[in-house]
Design a protein around this ligand. Structure first.
Ligand code: ADP
Ligand code: MG
Length: 387
């Protein structure tokens, strides 16, 4: 379903639910990260792009303190809350994402006095494509417009992140929400997680005859549960032992010297991943700025090897997707996101997309894995008002 069609559906749904036309319709996409993994909390670089898959919300403002939330994708009645009654970590349903945005805005002193929300989303949930950020950002943008808050895209992203961190209780970085709020069509977004500065980097795949395939492995291994905190702790330990505030402060040119000063094999691997992945982001940017999109393929694959062998957050399904895609003629591939399942990205010539897709599907079938979902990630527009 396209975004226009989704907009019509949420408009109709809103009118059926609430008996009036919405004040407007807004969209915010999911994202996939091209390169730069587990670098965000080390104050390094990431490079996401927005997907064509979006959350679309029909929203009206209210001035009586009532907050009514409904998702076309979830069975169940309208969730009715009161803005004064919102409290962090108390709501474990999907409604916590939009409600969290209202709570953060109010905590920040913005007079958000209630809303009616009906939304639907084409972002697959739990595939590492940030369906949650899409929900938060579309809510934040709608409220920004309806209450004339005058907040910028990066500011809305910060609010959406705080909603997820503090209200929902998920310790995510700033990448997902910034990508959803700030990406532009035909570009990847270079985000510096130190000063939160952003730059649009040309990444017009259709114009180059290329596709970036997303392979959703459809698995989520329980092993990943404590892994994020463990990697984070290991990176902080590396920075401490090397006497820098964050791993971002280590120069790639001095990497061997830095590694030689670390006695712990585990910490050494994590430091090597983070410093080399930051460097790969810089190399990818240089290639894209020079118009050499095909040239980034080997860097994607090198990034995967680093995540697999140094950070050790891959899994057999993601390794199979990457290895099979590369053997079938892809220009490069890597797992993307938190790891232990979720998705991989594969850069291919458009002419080879079907062959590579079929090879991955056959390899998964032969291994007895759940059939993966494969689709092209066309670099798309970030959050916007539709009507
Ligand atoms: P993801 O990687 O997709 O962001 P999360 O676990 O962070 O995975 O977020 C998924 C959650 O977001 C879902 O469990 C649900 O609570 C919420 N969500 C996502 N899309 C929708 C939707 N269309 N309607 C209602 N809730 C949604
Ligand atoms: Mg999420």
């Amino acid at each position: 379903m396209g975004t226009r069609e989704a907009a019509e559906q949420v408009r109709d749904g809103f009118e059926r639910l609430y008996g009036t036309a919405p004040g407007g319709i807004w969209a915010a996409p999911g994202r996939v990260n091209l390169i730069g993994e587990y670098t965000d909390f080390n104050e390094g670089f990431v490079m996401p792009l927005a997907l064509p898959h979006t959350a679309v919300a029909a929203v009206s403002r209210r001035d009586d303190g009532v907050l009514r939330l409904h998702s076309a994708d979830i069975e169940g009645p309208v969730v009715e809350l009161h803005v004064d009654g919102l409290a962090p970590l108390t709501n474990t349903s999907w409604a916590a994402y939009p409600a969290g945005v209202v709570w953060v805005l109010r905590e920040a002193g913005h007079a958000v006095t209630g809303a009616d929300v009906h939304l639907a989303s084409t972002v697959p949930t739990g595939a590492g494509l940030s369906s949650s950020a899409a929900l938060e950002v579309v809510t934040a943008l709608a409220l920004n417009d309806l209450f004339e808050l005058g907040l910028t895209g990066p500011e809305l992203a910060r609010i959406a992140q705080r909603a997820e961190n503090d209200f929902v209780g998920v310790p995510c970085g700033i990448m997902d929400q910034t990508a959803s709020a700030c990406c532009e069509e035909g570009h990847a977004l270079h985000l510096d997680c130190r000063d939160l500065s952003i730059r649009q980097v040309p990444f017009d795949l259709p114009a180059q005859g290329l596709q970036l395939l997303v392979v959703d492995s459809r698995v989520k291994h329980a092993l990943g549960d404590g892994a994020y905190a463990e990697r984070r702790e290991g990176c902080e330990e590396g920075a401490r032992q090397l006497g820098v505030p964050f791993l971002r402060d280590l120069a790639y040119e001095d990497l061997d010297e830095s590694l030689a000063r670390l006695s712990d094999e585990r910490v050494r691997r994590y430091v090597r991943h983070v410093v080399s992945d930051d460097h790969r982001v810089e190399q990818v940017i240089a290639l894209l700025d020079a118009g050499d999109v095909r040239g980034i393929g080997p860097l994607l694959t090198a990034g995967h090897v680093s995540l697999r062998d140094d950070l050790r957050i891959s899994c057999p399904e993601l390794d199979l997707a990457v290895d099979t895609a590369n053997a079938a003629g892809a220009l490069g591939a890597r797992m993307t996101g938190g790891g232990f399942g979720g998705s991989a990205v594969v850069l291919v010539e458009t002419a080879d997309a079907d062959t590579v897709t079929k090879a991955v599907q056959e390899a998964f079938a032969a291994a007895g894995y759940t059939a993966p979902r494969v689709f092209p990630a066309v670099p798309s527009q970030g959050a916007r008002r539709l009507s």
